[in-house]
Write a protein that binds this ligand. Structure first.
Ligand code: ADP
Length: 477
C-alpha cells in the first residue's frame, strides 16, 4: 500500500481524502494556494505545501504538483473532483513521472471527456442516448439543419464541457442564432475548444446516475443509483439514493445495462454514468460519464457502507475489488444537501465572505463533510460549496424528517447560504412525494412557492482583503 499520498485539491474534498488516507495508515500531503492558508484541510494533513502565485492557477499547475509529489516522497496523487480530476494530460504526466494517479487511465479520461465520443462509445456498447447531431456541428447553418431535423426545443452542449457551461436550451430558430454564437464562445473560453453538439431537449426528465467501481482485472460493480434531479442552472443541489420515484423494474434495467455497457468498453476505478430518465414512458438516455469521485458520492457510501475513496486508493494500488455485486446490500435512504455560499434570493449568486458563526448538526443519521469554521473567510476564487450534509434513515419519510430536524440545527452566519431554502423545501409536500424532474426547483422558485429569508450579507471589506491578497500573490508582491 502507498505510504504517502498527495491531494491535488482543496476544501471539503481534500479533507474527505485525508480522512480516508488516515484510516488506511497513509501519510497525507496537502497543497494550498495563498487564499487557502487558513483552510481546515491544510491543518489536518501530515504535510502541507504552499503553491505561491495566482490562487486560481495553484491547483491546476500539474507539472509543479507532480514534481512536488516526487520531492516529498508521495507515491500517488488523488485529484478529488474539479480542477485536474478529469485532465488526461495530468494523468499521463503522473504516469510518465512514476506517480500513481488515483483514478482511471488517461485513455479512459480522454475518451469520456469528449461527450460526443462518449455517447458514441456507450451507444455501441448498448446504451440508449439522446437523439442529436452525429458530432460537433461546424457552423450555424449545420446547427440549424440538425435542429430542424430533430425538432425544437433542442439543447446545445459543449463537447468538452462540464459544470453546465456552454450549455443552452433553445426553443426556436431565432433563439438558436444567438445561442449558438454565445455557447461557442463560452465553450472556447472555458474549455479551450468551442466544439458544440446538439441534442433533443428532453422535457423535465429525472437526472439519474449510476456509481460504479472497476478494478484493474475487469471486475465492475455498481453501488446503486442517485437521483440528482433537484438542480439550479443544470447544476445539482440535492441528491438522493436510491431514487424515491424509480420503479424497481426500471432501476434494475438501468443499473444492469450501465454495468454491462461499461464491461464492454472496460473501466477502472470510480466513475459515474449519468442518464436522463422519463419515468412516464420508462425511456432512459445516457448523457455522459464522469471519470472521477463525485461530490455526491456520500449518499452511495451511506446506503451501501462502501468507502468509495478507500476503494479508489486500493484499486489504484492494484488490489482487486474485495466484493461481488451480490455482496453489496442497499439499506434505507440517504439525502445530500450541498450547502453553498450563495444567495438563492439573488439567482444563486456566489456569496463569499467571512463566516461569523458556525454550528453543524449531529445526532443519528447525520454526516457532515465540511471544510469551514467560525471566522473562516470563504475565498471568492473557487466553487461556492462549503459543506455537505448527508442524512440517512430506513424510510424516505424518515429521511426527510431527519433532514428537517438537522437543517434546523445547522447554523452558518455571516454569508448568505441556501440552508433557508432547504428548510422550506423539506416541508413541501411536493418534495416529500419524491417525484420530481430537473425543472422542479426552478419552477417552484419562479412561482414563489418558497418563502424564506437569507441570513448574512456579502461583506465587502472581506472581499477587498481577499482580492488584494490575490493580486499581491499574482504579481509576487
Ligand atoms: P455538465 O457536464 O455541464 O454538468 P450534463 O451533460 O451532465 O452537463 O448535463 C447537466 C444537466 O443538464 C442535466 O442534469 C440535465 O438537467 C440537463 N440536460 C442535459 N442534457 C439534456 C437534454 N438533452 N435535455 C434536457 N436536459 C438536459
Amino acid at each position: 500500500m502507498f505510504k504517502k499520498v498527495l491531494i491535488a485539491n482543496r476544501g471539503e474534498v481534500a479533507l474527505r481524502i485525508i480522512r480516508a488516507c488516515k484510516e488506511l495508515g497513509i501519510k497525507t500531503v496537502a497543497i494550498y494556494s495563498e487564499a487557502d492558508v487558513r483552510s481546515l484541510y491544510v491543518k489536518k494533513a501530515d504535510e502541507a505545501y504552499l503553491i505561491p502565485g495566482d490562487p486560481l492557477r495553484a491547483y491546476l499547475d500539474y507539472v509543479r504538483i507532480v514534481d512536488l509529489a516526487r520531492q516529498v516522497g508521495a507515491q500517488a496523487i488523488h485529484p478529488g473532483y474539479g480542477f485536474l480530476a478529469e485532465n488526461a494530460d495530468f494523468a499521463r504526466y503522473c504516469r510518465r513521472r512514476g506517480i500513481t494517479f488515483i483514478g482511471p487511465t488517461p485513455e479512459q479520461i480522454e475518451m469520456f471527456g469528449d461527450k460526443v465520443k462518449a455517447k458514441k462509445t456507450m451507444e455501441s456498447a448498448g446504451l440508449p442516448v439522446v437523439p442529436g447531431s452525429d458530432g460537433p456541428v461546424s457552423d450555424l447553418d449545420e446547427a440549424l439543419d440538425v435542429a430542424r431535423e430533430i425538432g425544437f426545443p433542442v439543447m446545445l452542449k459543449a463537447a468538452f464541457g462540464g459544470g453546465g457551461r456552454g450549455m443552452r436550451v433553445v426553443k426556436d430558430e431565432e433563439e438558436l442564432k444567438t445561442a449558438y454564437e454565445s455557447a461557442f464562445r463560452e465553450a472556447e473560453a472555458y474549455f479551450g475548444k468551442g466544439d458544440i453538439f446538439i441534442e433533443k431537449y428532453i422535457d423535465n426528465p429525472k437526472h439519474i446516475e449510476v456509481q460504479v467501481l472497476g478494478d484493474k482485472y475487469g471486475n465492475i460493480i455498481h453501488l446503486g443509483e442517485r437521483d440528482c434531479s433537484i438542480q439550479r442552472r443544470h447544476q445539482k443541489l440535492i441528491e438522493i439514493a436510491p431514487s424515491p420515484s424509480l420503479s424497481k423494474e426500471l432501476r434494475m434495467r438501468i443499473l444492469g445495462n450501465a454495468v454491462k455497457a461499461l464491461m464492454r468498453v472496460g473501466y477502472e476505478n470510480a466513475g459515474t454514468l449519468e442518464f436522463l430518465v422519463d419515468t412516464r414512458t420508462g425511456d432512459y438516455y445516457f448523457i455522459e460519464m464522469n471519470t472521477r469521485l463525485q461530490v455526491e458520492h456520500t449518499i452511495s457510501e451511506t446506503i451501501t457502507g462502501v468507502d468509495i475513496v478507500e476503494m479508489m486508493i486500493r484499486i489504484a494500488d492494484g488490489e482487486p475489488l474485495p466484493f461481488l455485486q451480490s455482496d453489496i446490500t442497499f439499506r434505507g435512504y440517504a439525502i445530500e444537501f450541498r450547502v453553498n455560499a450563495e444567495d438563492p434570493k439573488k439567482g444563486f449568486a456566489p456569496s463569499p465572505g467571512k463566516i461569523t458563526a458556525y454550528y453543524s448538526p449531529g445526532g443519528p443519521g447525520v454526516r457532515i463533510d465540511a471544510g469551514v469554521y467560525k471566522d473562516y473567510i470563504i475565498p471568492p476564487y473557487y466553487d461556492s460549496l462549503i459543506a455537505k450534509m448527508t442524512v440517512w434513515a430506513l424510510t424516505w419519510e424518515k429521511a426527510v424528517a431527519r433532514a428537517r430536524r438537522a437543517l434546523d440545527e445547522f447554523i452558518v452566519r455571516g454569508v448568505p447560504t441556501n440552508i433557508p431554502l432547504y428548510r422550506e423545501m423539506v416541508r413541501d409536500p411536493d418534495f416529500l412525494r419524491g417525484d420530481f424532474g430537473i425543472r422542479f426547483l426552478e419552477e417552484k422558485i419562479s412561482r414563489g412557492d418558497y418563502d424564506f429569508e437569507v441570513e448574512g450579507e456579502i461583506d465587502k471589506e472581506d472581499m477587498v482583503l481577499a482580492i488584494s491578497a490575490a493580486i499581491s500573490a499574482h504579481y509576487g508582491l
